[in-house]
Design a binder for this molecule. Sequence first.
Ligand code: FMN
Length: 301
Amino acid sequence: MNLPIKKGCKTLAPLAGYSDVAFRRICHEMGADLTVTEMVSVAGLNYKSKKTNRLLEKFEGESPSCVQLFGREVEQFERALSHPEVQKFDIIDVNMGCPVRKVFSHGEGSALLLEPERAEQIVKALKKGDKPVSIKMRLGVSDNANALDFAKRMEQAGADFITVHGRTKEQLYSGEADWDSIRKIASALRIPVLGNGDVNDSNIEERLVGVYGVAIGRGAVENPQIFLGKRKLSRFELIMKHLEYGEYYLGDKYFSHSLRSFIPFYLKGLPDIKKIRNEAVIAKTKDELLEILNKYKPQLV
Ligand SMILES: Cc1cc2nc3c(=O)[nH]c(=O)nc-3n(C[C@H](O)[C@H](O)[C@H](O)COP(=O)(O)O)c2cc1C
């Protein structure tokens, strides 16, 4: 199957609460080679809830695009294939890494690492459609002993590529991602493997060695221009653009619902930023934030 990603690709990792349509458009414009939605419940797809619709919003020109699904029932994944909002996306990814208790305890996300047969059936069910299918996995639940075997099984089941986050479920986000294990999996598989975990501005080129590409999560929230390799927009311009896109796609509550949580990350790396950050993070309304940002505009480079 022809994959819409190339060797050396720098992709945006799925980030619940962050990788909404506005942030994905920012990352796309900054050169991300693939953008992925927040995780979407296959069980929730049938309910047509407002929340699910927001998650499945796509911007014009989002290509290649990927929707990430989570769940555990094979039939629900198969049914998702014909969902019109899912069909809009170029690639379907399955979450096999989420460590959150509510997800894990339902046998979803990283719990699928303990049920390789079910995980295989999910991939096979999705391969009945006409789109590339990928999975995003962690190295294991408590250790990485079965990581390579699991990845091979996903390849054999038909996965077109795999993203490996180099941590176990129990590690959550602590410690350093294990890139040796990621590279071992990448060299043993025929399909592309994207490495994931702790990629930032300073190590991105080194991380690309020995893998097909990288998926960037928190490094992109701190600096979406990481894909470009340089800062084209100032922090001020970036925040304004993000607000504009957020309100366009998701409505005028975007500031209070979403943008607020990006502000401390966007301001990182500036000297003497504490005072501005402290004022910005307690802004209750968009107008309050705009006033603060305008006051400090020359410093928000
Ligand atoms: C706030 C947050 C939300 C996340 N949401 C998802 C998600 O919806 N699906 C998923 O597969 N991984 C999710 N992840 C994991 C990231 O995609 C990524 O694997 C992890 O953060 C390690 O990469 P990084 O160091 O580049 O951030 C999330 C991580 C964070 C911090």
